[in-house]
Design a binder for this molecule. Sequence first.
Ligand SMILES: [Zn+2]
Length: 76
Amino acid sequence: MISCTQAVNQLWEYLDGTVDDAERGLIDEHLAHCRRCCGELEFARELRRTLTDAAHDDLPDHVLHRLYRTLEELEP
Ligand SMILES: [Zn+2]
């Protein structure tokens, strides 16, 4: 199974539907077993909705803070 980092790194492509079927299958399999990444997926969906609604340089502070914290947590 792919690692959490690999899964999260591909979440954007996954949400955009730009991953190929093999990659999508690997991510689906990981998300089915990993509660932590399911949380990341919800976060990514929420962030993506915010990015769609707002200019990229006008993100709310709490969204930026959560993004940075998530990225820090993903560092090995
Ligand atoms: Zn995971």
